[in-house]
Design a protein. Structure first.
Length: 48
């Protein structure tokens, strides 16, 4: 997912990130990229 966020950001595409307890976007700015990357870094996959 991180690679997809970075690729979409590089291509200046609007993108969203949906996790069980969080939904971000759609957007395509630097703040959105950072929010998505932070959410992925802090996400606990064991909570599924």
């Amino acid at each position: 997912l991180t690679a997809w966020v970075l690729l979409a950001d590089e291509q200046q595409l609007n993108y969203s990130l949906k996790l069980p307890a969080l939904e971000l976007g759609p957007a395509s700015d630097a703040n959105h990229r950072l929010a998505c990357l932070e959410a992925l870094a802090l996400y606990d996959a064991k909570s599924l």
